[in-house]
Design a protein around this ligand. Sequence first.
Ligand SMILES: [Zn+2]
Length: 254
Amino acid sequence: MTGAPIKQGGSCILTYHSLDTSGSVISIPPKLFRQQMEWLAATRVAVVPLGRVRETTGAVAITFDDGFHNFFEHAAPVLQEFGFPATVFVVSDFCGGANDWPTQPRTPAVPKLELMPWSELQQIAKAGISIGCHTATHPYLSRLNAAELEEELARSRSAIEQRVGMAVETFAYPYGDATAQVREAAGRHFQLACGTRMAFLSADSDLLDLPRLDVYYLRSRFWFHGLQRPYGAAYVAARGGLRLLRQGLIFKHP
Ligand SMILES: [Zn+2]
């Protein structure tokens, strides 16, 4: 299927978690990741830093949530090869440990995986990867009181800044859990924040709750290549709607 590239508002932020072959809901095989980067390069899609994705029509920004060690192993070398910028959102209290934070469901659906230690985060930061904040302990932020919320944001931001030696300007909400109060708190610490609502960016996208496209739903080559085509935009709209419907939110936020 073919179609004209999307002219306006076709920019998007991609979300990856883990690059591994388990087939889990947070996993993309490393080989597939390489093919996706090859396709972005071959089709000359503008892959830009997260902070610039809204300014560039048809651009793509690449983000990785949780800071898995396999980013260091499988993503960093490929990104470097193609000269693509990316942002990794890390959970500061768990760096060097595993993704076994208290809110992680104990199901085989999400494998327990190693997270990058600070030494690896320092290396990728030096190589040009941006390090963003994904809280200290990966909680549902809307369930915290105001003091706990502030602590999660402030402590994790300063830990990352101290250990990595660079300013942290970007944030991702664990589980996309971003109420008005949570967004307001994030706005005091960060220039922009990413959510999990599945959509392309538009002129009126909220800088403190930017929609993203979870690559798990774009695993097939057909849908990934749809990123630059109207049929892809239609798929994302339908998929985003289904997700909202499943979360029971569509009725509250039509
Ligand atoms: Zn996460």
